[in-house]
Design a binder for this molecule. Structure first.
Ligand SMILES: Cc1cc2nc3c(=O)[nH]c(=O)nc-3n(C[C@H](O)[C@H](O)[C@H](O)COP(=O)(O)OP(=O)(O)OC[C@H]3O[C@@H](n4cnc5c(N)ncnc54)[C@H](O)[C@@H]3O)c2cc1C
Length: 291
């Protein structure tokens, strides 16, 4: 590790000011919130910018509020503030539980949900969870209206997002789960960041699974929905799961498109995805019965 290279820090109070700074300094400027990823890149010598733009002072990127059938989380809210928020704990308990499992206390206190999504590290809990939850994000550039982007369209590849130059992520919108529904999020960690993440929201119609969604992440380069597994599971009786979960797990492993890395081989990851997918489905069922 080396010392941080010299840079000028800017503290805009509005998105308009942030966009102006990004346009003024062009390729020599970058935004940040917690800086847990950005300054690590600086220290490792992987990135260098003359101007860093701190978004923490922009009010629009703050707040956690229940809206019309959804939760709005400001992009600069930290994992810790989300995990501890009373509305999240009460009405989006699976989101609170997922955030509680991110990294360690230091990471959760410093890192923001927006920074996690924009950095697009393949090993992300929120990316998998929010994809399965049909969540979207809001982004804004200068004085323009905010635009909504489904979470699945924000990440275009490892460490790549689809925001345009001058555009800032302002919020994450998470739909409410209705009655008779629950979400289970499971992860497997070998090193610091998750090796596998699986999220399964589902609803129960009597004794049958309905509206099953299954997202798998961290194993491949981007999180993905396991559509074939979802189709297989939809309509399955809760007493018939034993026969179906192995096949659903295999389909989820295919959808994950695992890549070999420090967490293991493709085959090993396929196996882990299959196991975790089965566990997530099983865990969501009793939650849905109680809600
Ligand atoms: C030891 C360790 C363990 C971790 N474990 C986990 C884990 O278990 N699960 C998990 O999911 N993650 C994990 N992480 C990742 C962690 O969640 C992220 O580091 C954190 O959320 C990033 O937020 P930040 O605000 O610090 O990002 P920053 O470093 O501030 O920004 C990251 C990137 O996003 C861009 N950016 C930030 N905010 C915006 C915005 N509003 N609009 C546009 N661009 C923006 C920045 O330009 C930068 O490129 C871990 C990290 C560490 C260091």
């Amino acid at each position: 590790m080396t010392a941080l290279p010299p840079f000028e820090r800017h503290r805009p109070e509005t998105v308009e000011e942030a966009t102006e700074l990004l346009e003024e300094y062009g390729d020599d400027a970058v935004v940040y919130v917690g800086g847990s990823e950005l300054f690590l890149l600086f220290k490792l010598g992987f990135a260098e910018y003359g101007h860093v733009i701190d978004l923490k002072g922009i009010e629009e990127l703050r707040g956690i509020e229940r809206g019309d059938g959804e939760l709005r989380v400001g992009a600069a809210e930290t994992h810790r503030s989300i995990e501890r928020d009373p509305t999240v704990r009460e009405e989006w308990p699976a989101l609170a539980a997922m955030e509680r499992g991110v990294g360690n206390l230091r990471v959760r206190t410093q890192g923001s949900i927006g920074g996690n999504l924009c950095f697009a590290d393949p090993h992300s809990d929120p990316a998998t969870f929010l994809l399965a939850s049909d969540a979207s994000v809001e982004a804004r550039r200068g004085g323009a209206e905010a635009r909504r982007i489904p979470v699945g369209e924000l990440v275009s590849g490892p460490f790549e997002n689809t925001l345009s130059r001058g555009e800032v992520l302002t919020a994450v919108r998470v739909p409410a789960t209705g009655p008779g529904a629950a979400i289970a999020h499971h992860k497997f960690v070998l090193h610091e960041r998750p090796a596998i993440t699986v999220t399964c929201p589902l609803r129960l119609e009597g004794e049958r699974l309905a509206d099953v969604r299954l997202a798998v992440g961290s194993a491949g380069v981007v999180a993905a929905r396991a559509a074939a597994a979802e189709e297989l599971l939809d309509g399955t009786g809760t007493t018939e799961l034993d026969g179906t979960l192995e096949r659903a797990g295999a389909l989820a492993a295919e959808a994950a498109e695992p890549v070999e890395d420090a967490n293991g081989s493709v085959e090993y990851k396929r196996h882990l995805v299959g196991v975790l997918a089965g566990r997530a489905v099983r865990a969501a069922v009793p939650g849905a019965m109680q809600s």
